[in-house]
Design a protein around this ligand. Structure first.
Ligand code: ADP
Ligand code: 5GP
Length: 207
């Protein structure tokens, strides 16, 4: 397991709550940051770019990747497979980058199991009506798919207490500031100051 895991920031929460919007902002405003590009079997939406938003693959290819143990975690969300590849994350962590994840609550649980020091933010709207409006205004999902996402959202909020931070994404400018502040605090985590080196500098013994 990587000892750089404190440099992991997970954004999860209902689809339509604003995770992609906030991630785009972080990618533009945070230096030395890497976005974990997931692999999915979901069809590409208008405006999405292969290798930027996702790697879009067939179900057969996805299952092969599961068998090859390529994923740190994977889950079925709204009837499609989504997975996080392990190798690029390890590479980015070793290079001292902050690794950002946009994953669902199942993925969040898996990441926290493996990387206990990872930090997480639950992104949500203030209620389900606002979420529905946002999904409708995004114009990327059918009526049926929106209903499905709303049903999933009702289950997702049950996991809120497992997160380090909760962000009710109302005022977008405030939300951007909040995620940037959290990202900056990762540089002050206790693990940034390895005890061994610190004790040596102090001339103190260390256990
Ligand atoms: P997610 O990645 O969580 O599915 P998106 O980032 O795609 O969500 O946001 C869903 C929609 O809501 C998009 O059309 C986005 O522009 C809009 N949106 C995001 N944050 C806000 C906000 N604070 N106020 C109003 N609309 C927002
Ligand atoms: P969307 O289809 O809206 O892009 O994503 C649907 C849901 O799948 C979102 O909650 C998103 O965070 C989640 N998701 C995206 N990639 C992954 C992944 O690699 N693993 C898991 N567990 N969830 C993911």
């Amino acid at each position: 397991m990587s000892n750089h895991a404190y440099r992991m920031l997970v954004l999860a929460g209902p689809s339509g709550s604003g995770k992609s919007t906030l991630i785009s902002y972080l990618l533009q405003h945070c230096p030395n940051i890497y976005f974990s590009i997931s692999t999915t079997t979901r069809p590409k939406r208008a405006g999405e770019v292969e290798g930027q938003h996702y790697y879009f693959v067939s179900q057969e290819a996805f299952i092969k990747s599961i068998e090859n143990k390529q994923f740190l975690e994977w889950a079925k969300v709204h009837g499609h497979y989504y997975g996080t590849s392990l190798e690029p994350i390890n590479k980015a962590l070793k290079a001292g980058k902050l690794v950002l994840f946009d994953i669902d609550v199942q993925g969040h649980r898996s990441v926290k199991e493996v990387y206990k020091k990872a930090t997480s933010i639950f992104i949500t709207t203030k209620n389900i009506h606002t979420l529905k409006e946002r999904l409708e205004q995004r114009h990327t999902d059918s009526h049926e798919m929106i209903e499905r996402r709303l049903q999933t959202a009702l289950q997702e909020i049950q996991e809120i207490e497992l997160f380090d931070y909760v962000l009710i994404n109302e005022d977008l400018e405030l939300s951007k500031r909040m995620v940037l502040e959290v990202a900056h605090t990762l540089g002050y985590k206790q693990q940034m100051f390895p005890k061994e080196t610190f004790c040596e500098a102090w001339g103190a013994s260390h256990k």
